[in-house]
Design a protein around this ligand. Structure first.
Ligand SMILES: [Zn+2]
Length: 166
């Protein structure tokens, strides 16, 4: 498998399509129904997963195209996607955020509440492997979260442009 080199270059939309194919495969394997609504919700989740969305953010996105969808339907679909191993979740300041499943480093800014992935994937992989080695046996890292302060508390919109003192 050459998915390491290819993975970095693969188009994001292509990755979404692949996840949907995997979802259909998993649903069939488990004897669960493959409905248009389920696939539409999953597509929205996969398309927005890089933003580490909360449940409310996903619900809002889904309602842009399905205004009458109930929160419990969206929630149940999220639970299912997580159970099938297609997404994962972790808590940020008491709020559940959803994320890609591949092991990587997440950086949580405690000033703005923003969550983003460490950009260097090779470096992230190296850290993950080192932690797994440290834990020994068949240890598998689920999620690495780094908490930091960007120093722009209360300036959520300006946080991206500000690059600190200097
Ligand atoms: Zn992440």
């Amino acid at each position: 498998m050459a998915d390491e080199a290819a993975g970095a270059q693969r188009d994001w939309q292509q990755q979404v399509e692949e996840k949907l194919v995997r979802l259909v495969t998993e649903l069939r394997r488990q004897g669960l129904r493959v409905t248009a609504q389920r696939l539409a919700i999953a597509r929205i989740v996969f398309e927005n997963i890089k933003e580490h969305p909360s449940f409310m953010q996903i619900l809002e996105k889904v309602r842009e195209t399905m205004p009458s969808v109930s929160p419990s339907t969206v929630y149940n679909n999220l639970q299912l996607l997580e159970k099938l191993g297609l997404i994962k979740s972790f808590d940020v300041a008491g709020e559940t955020r959803y994320d890609n499943i591949h092991p990587h480093i997440n950086i949580v800014c405690l000033d703005t509440g923003k969550v983003f992935d460490a950009e260097d994937e090779d470096e992230s992989r190296e850290v993950v492997q080192r932690i797994e080695k440290l834990l020994g046996g068949s240890a598998r890292v689920y999620e690495v979260v780094v908490y930091a302060f960007c120093g722009n508390e209360g300036q959520q919109d300006a946080a991206r442009e500000a690059s600190g003192p200097g």
